[in-house]
Design a protein around this ligand. Structure first.
Ligand code: C2E
Ligand code: MG
Length: 590
């Protein structure tokens, strides 16, 4: 075999080998690609979206399982027109065949067309779909690929969202929006039937302070409990809503109530609510207020009625004892002034416009300074120095008294430390507290923490609470006073002698001092009756181991008479008016 032949044989063998290898390679590659196409087809077949490919004359070239079901194509025959006409309705226009819709859009735009929440009708079946139509340059076959998605899910989500807007998320009661629309409907039927509608707006007293003190978790559980109560109160003609923060609205329609009857119902609701909360958790001893407005007496539409019930609520919250009020036209004016004042107090506290003044308490035996009373002042930017009588009541009803109280407490603690560092005599300072502060804000715990944080001796602090406040809820007072006493602070009954407490109640309270009210001391040097009363108070106090301070002493005759009557201490302008710390401290020089 010559070399040429050998080369020829080798070439043939090599070519054959190459051919065999190439065949094997390509057949492997083809089967891999076929596998991928199959996988893709399967995936396409079982996906939720309906995928249908139309030719340009709208014959169906391919359709996955979802498309065959949605477009009612079964039995599916490739390259035929769909057996049933498919209509689409865009917005409020008329339904037209799917081909026309696609044609209109194809001629108007390039790229993918998106049509959302389209109503699709095939025979009588109605579906809502999102349609994506592809006729972009990548679509080389020039076919029309349509992907159809179920749009019902989106629509349902939107509806749920709308419903949520009407429902209060926390309590699941209907919210303000629903209340407004319901009231307007009720108004129409009440007008027709000549009936009334009673609206009760309910609020938790000192809600803001409770929120600050106890935190959101506690407040939310209270709100849920209240909602539970109201759900239990719902009847055919009575409905409950949560309209804002701590404010619930309870509406009773088709009533013939007079104002008195509506108020009586409010009191009843309030009582039931207290019982319900206490029975579910004995720590839920909150107080509530209810504002009442009647249709048509206090307003003829939903906004006015709710507005007026709210104003009545603010009035109810101002009443010390009562907790219900009905709307009166004259409430409007008062309310506006109060809102301004509340805002100003808040701003004043932030801007540090509040200050503590000190008034000495004199020992009537030694005539030396025994202690001082801390009295808050508001250095108002426009009105100058304002005394507490002008703002303490509104501070109490709005709950801001707690913020003022905290400021006074901390200020007195700092002052005691400053005096100590400057070498002044250590004295006991009395701080005024209101019943609301004591009962609702766990004052004991707050105080104890402050004393620990600032390393001060609690025995140099005395809390003054008026006798009438203390006996308002004697059991609670006894409980709180006992806790405070344990911490080591002293306790006084302020305005003593006019508050109507009984000896039995007094014996139970761990009181350190009685502060006799100014009214009894006005003409103490002349008035024999008052002299006898004061003598009796002093004897009773000393028998109970309690000391006595006389308040508002303006004349020497008054305090000399008090010395004769055995009174221990006195306080009044004759000794010194309340003064800023730096003026007062001159009296403390040893
Ligand atoms: P209060 O506890 O009876 O305080 C004594 C009030 O009598 C003070 O009025 C004081 O300035 C006034 N006063 C003292 N000596 C005389 C006198 O010789 N003659 C006359 N006519 N008045 C005298 P102020 O400072 O206007 O306080 C009024 C009330 O405001 C206090 O009555 C107390 O109930 C309340 N208050 C003051 N500071 C606070 C506070 O920090 N927190 C709370 N919750 N209430 C406070
Ligand atoms: Mg006082």
């Amino acid at each position: 075999m010559d070399s040429l032949t050998l080369l020829g044989i080798i070439s043939v063998l090599a070519a054959t080998g190459l051919l065999i290898w190439m065949r094997r390679y390509y057949s492997r590659e083809i089967s891999r690609l076929q596998g991928e196409v199959k996988l893709f087809k399967n995936a396409n077949e079982y996906q939720d979206e309906a995928v249908v490919v139309f030719s340009t004359d709208y014959k169906v070239l391919s359709a996955n399982r979802a498309a065959r079901k949605l477009l009612q194509l079964d039995p599916f025959v490739e390259n035929t027109k769909p057996p049933k006409e498919i209509y689409l309705q865009l917005g409020h226009s008329e339904s037209i065949p799917i081909y026309e819709v696609i044609e209109n859009h194809r001629s108007a735009s390039k790229g993918t067309i998106r049509l959302e929440k389209v109503k699709m009708t095939i025979d009588d079946a109605v579906e809502y779909v999102n349609i994506y139509i592809d006729h972009s340059k990548w679509n080389v076959q020039n076919s029309i690929i349509c992907v159809l998605q179920d749009a019902m899910r989106d629509i349902r989500e939107e509806e749920n969202f709308k419903k949520l807007g009407e429902l209060d998320f926390l309590t699941e009661l209907p919210g303000q929006f629903k209340a407004l629309s319901d009231i307007n409907k009720m108004v129409i039927s009440a007008q027709r039937e000549s009936k009334k509608i009673a609206l009760y707006v309910f609020g938790i007293n000192e809600f803001e302070s409770i929120k600050t003190t106890f935190g959101l978790g506690y407040v939310n559980s209270v709100l849920r409990k209240i909602a539970e109560f109201f759900v239990g109160q719902e009847k055919e003609n009575a409905f409950a809503y949560r309209i804002d923060g701590d404010n619930f609205l309870y509406i009773v329609e088709n009533v013939t109530d007079s104002e008195e009857e509506a108020l009586a119902r409010a009191k009843e609701i309030s009582k039931k609510m207290s019982r319900f909360l206490i029975s579910s958790n004995k720590n839920l001893n909150l107080t509530f207020s209810i504002g009442v407005a009647l249709f048509p007496d206090h307003g003829r539409n939903a906004n006015k009625l709710i507005d007026h019930a709210y104003r009545a609520l603010s009035m109810a919250q101002m009443n010390k004892d009562g907790n219900v009020a009905i709307f009166r036209t004259e409430l409007n004016q008062v309310r506006e002034e109060e809102i301004i004042l509340i805002d100003e107090i808040k701003a004043g506290l932030q801007k540090k416009e509040f200050q503590v003044y000190y008034q000495p308490i004199i020992n009537l035996k030694t005539m030396q300074v025994h202690g001082a009373e801390a009295l808050v002042r508001w250095n108002h930017p426009r009105f100058g120095m304002i005394t507490p009588e002008k703002f303490i009541h509104i501070a109490e009803t709005s709950g801001l008294v707690v913020n003022i109280g905290t400021f006074v407490l901390e200020e007195v603690i700092f002052q005691q430390k400053r005096w100590d560092e400057l070498g002044f005599k250590a004295i006991e300072v009395s701080i005024n507290i209101s019943a609301r502060e004591l009962i609702h804000y766990q004052l004991g715990e707050k105080l104890e923490q402050l004393f620990i944080d600032h390393k001060v001796d609690p025995h140099y602090f005395n809390l003054d609470m008026s006798e009438s406040d203390a006996v308002e809820d004697p059991l609670k007072t006894e409980h709180e006073f006992t806790l405070l006493k344990k911490i080591g602070v002293n306790l006084s009954l302020d305005h003593f002698g006019v508050g109507g407490s009984s000896i039995e109640q007094l014996q139970k309270l761990p009181i350190h001092v009685f502060k006799i009210d100014r009214l009894l001391l006005n003409k103490i040097d002349e008035d024999k009756n008052h002299q006898e009363t004061v003598r009796a108070i002093v004897v009773l106090a000393h028998a109970l181991g309690i000391e006595v301070v006389a308040e508002g002493i303006e004349a020497k005759e008054q305090y000399t008479m008090l010395q004769k009557l055995g009174c221990d201490y006195a306080q009044g302008y004759i000794f010194s008016k309340p003064a800023p710390a730096f003026e007062f401290q001159a009296l403390l020089r040893k």
